[in-house]
Design a protein around this ligand. Structure first.
Ligand code: ACO
Length: 400
């Protein structure tokens, strides 16, 4: 067996840090988290204040440029984004090459990577004009791609963006509008989605953002870096948890096993079953985003006139888990994904779109980190080290 400390001495490495639990890969001035106290701030502003008073695009500006925009700056930003929403007609045809059964997250990442092919000649990470233009393009086009991934999965025609509408209303219309019908904007839906998107906009060096930074550190452009981030977000331990939570709630309801029995199975780690939407690498207290989402869930379902027994089931699960020693000892609390799915479902999104919505939310954070990294003179290509534990030198058969 290999002695790890000997290997570390031989290589001169100071840490072996699976999962980067103790390793800072960068400095960053974008987002502050205190996981013990349950605090989250974007550029110093508490998430609670932003979620209540701001908009998705205002927070996007804040994350990307460091300060809140003036009214004129925000209007100009909004206008530029509205002018870039169209997808090239060839790119729209790209969707028909993918099976209608494809998961919308796979479609989202494939089409985002494909965007790069349209703008390669204007994608120099060292050219500020290119960076600015592609920031706008990503913010404008990712929601359209996301909505087309949705429409494709339900077999409906793609709509053209309606640039007379706000960012969120345009997105809702692209998802729920039908060609021949007039689409009525619903302010309850607008505000509910805007709030959820704001809560997802950044979360410092999470797995998908670290992926965007790692890929970007090689000199790859925004489209390539962000499509890699989308793939990292897809996993059930990260953004895919919002979909997994709703599936878990549905399974508990349909099996009739009861919440207590399910929690016992989680505690016994039967078949590796986890309480999805619980636990976090950084938060060892209630995730402040989950607190806000939980408040929204009641308000939004009531305003939309929806009652969903899965929301009651989720609350029952939370109560039982928070009183249980297994969860207390490990400091496991609901994370942002625990209640979001119930709201998305009430809004009419299919379960497989939940992580796509997370990606739209997270996009400004990915862009802000990609840009911060490019501007930092200390940035180097990301290149983790390893401790080699394989075979020592040996000869190919017949060679000595
Ligand atoms: N259900 C049951 N047990 C859990 C859970 C959970 N959701 N989360 C952690 N644990 C247990 C682990 O089994 C481990 O127990 P042990 O000490 O007996 O071995 C202990 O708590 C510590 O957990 P780790 O896996 O070491 O914690 P880590 O920081 O590596 O993982 C993670 C964090 C991935 C979020 C984990 O809590 C998890 O898998 N949660 C469920 C998936 C989820 O909700 N992901 C969304 C995260 S938020 C986001 O990405 C937006």
């Amino acid at each position: 067996s290999v002695d790890i400390s000997t290997l570390m001495r031989q290589t001169g490495h100071t840490t072996l840090d699976y999962g980067f639990v103790n390793t800072s890969a960068t400095k960053s001035a974008i987002t502050f988290i205190d996981g013990d106290k349950g605090i989250l701030r974007y550029r110093g502003y508490p998430i609670e204040q932003l979620a209540k008073h701001s908009t998705y695009l205002e927070v996007a500006w804040l994350l990307i440029y460091g300060e809140l925009p003036t009214a004129d700056e925000l209007a100009e930003f909004d206008n530029r984004i509205r002018r870039h929403t169209l997808l090239h007609e060839d790119l729209k045809r790209f969707f028909s090459a993918l099976p209608h059964t494809a998961h919308p997250m796979s479609v989202l990442s494939a089409a985002t990577a494909a965007l790069s092919t349209y703008y390669e000649r204007e994608s120099d990470p060292n050219n500020p004009e290119h960076v600015e233009l592609n920031t706008i393009r990503m913010l404008a086009k990712l929601p359209v791609i996301a909505a087309y991934a949705h429409k494709k999965s339900v077999g409906q025609a793609f709509l053209y963006p309606d640039n007379s509408l706000s960012f969120v209303d345009n997105f809702l219309k692209l998802n729920f509008g039908v060609l021949s019908e007039i689409y009525d904007v619903d302010p309850v839906m607008t505000r509910a989605l805007e709030r959820l998107l704001i809560l997802h906009e950044d979360h410092e060096q999470n797995a998908s953002t670290s992926t965007v930074r790692l890929v970007g550190s090689t000199g790859a452009n925004q489209f390539s870096s962000i499509s890699a981030g989308i793939n990292a977000l897809y996993g059930p331990l990260h953004g895919g948890a919002n979909e997994a939570v709703l599936e878990m709630l549905g399974r508990i309801r349909d099996s009739g096993e009861g919440v207590r029995r399910f929690v016992e199975r989680v505690k016994n780690k039967e078949d590796g079953v986890k309480l999805m939407g619980f636990g976090h690498r950084v938060y060892k207290n209630y995730d402040p985003r989950a607190k806000l989402v939980k408040e929204s869930a009641d308000e939004v379902l009531e305003a939309l006139g929806v009652s969903d027994p899965l929301l009651d089931l989720a609350k029952e699960l939370e109560t039982i888990a928070l009183e249980d020693d297994y969860f207390k000892e490990r400091r496991l609390y609901p994370n942002v994904d625990f209640y979001t799915g119930v709201i998305y479902k009430a809004m009419g999104f299919p379960t497989r779109m939940f992580t796509v919505l997370f990606a739209i939310g997270r996009l400004p954070g990915w862009l802000a980190h990609w840009r911060e990294m490019q501007q930092d003179p200390q940035t180097k290509i990301g290149r983790p080290q390893q401790l080699y534990t394989g075979a020592v030198e040996r000869n190919y058969p017949g060679q000595g």
